[in-house]
Ligand binder design. Structure first.
Ligand code: MN
Length: 133
């Protein structure tokens, strides 16, 4: 796996500084690059310049819901093929299913999550370095 490992670009949409650091650190450990965007209104524009291979999308953002931001990404012809993972603290399965349905995200990850859960969700789309925690 190490021979053919391809470094991917992960866009982390997250407004909490602690979560930003944790997620950036984990993505790096998994072998990939990342860019943090803390403003939901800047996601579409930033995605067009950064061209991420995957977006981790916090649902609870300031001033705009991650659901709406995800929908904007999924309705943009240039961006719609980028996998979006909703990251949400919403408690029930029903809540999460609603988020998936309304946002058209590709999958979701419940907060708080274990590192292995993040690597599992990412590895559906590309190789992730295997790390023991
Ligand atoms: Mn948030």
């Amino acid at each position: 796996m190490t021979e053919n490992f391809i470094v991917k670009k992960i866009m982390i949409v997250e407004d909490n500084p602690v979560n930003q650091k944790v997620m950036q650190k984990l993505v790096k450990i998994f072998g990939h690059d990342s860019l943090v965007v803390d403003d939901g209104f800047k996601v579409v524009e930033t995605a067009k310049s950064y061209q991420p291979d995957l977006i981790l999308m916090d649902i609870q953002l300031v001033g705009i819901s991650g659901i709406e931001v995800t929908r904007n990404v999924k309705e943009d012809p240039e961006l719609k093929s980028i996998p979006v993972i909703a990251v949400t603290a919403s408690a029930t399965t029903e809540d999460r299913e609603k988020i998936v349905r309304e946002s058209k995200c590709n999958d979701y990850l419940a907060k708080p999550f274990a590192p292995k859960e993040l690597s599992n969700v990412m590895s559906q789309f590309f190789a992730v370095k295997d790390v023991e925690f």
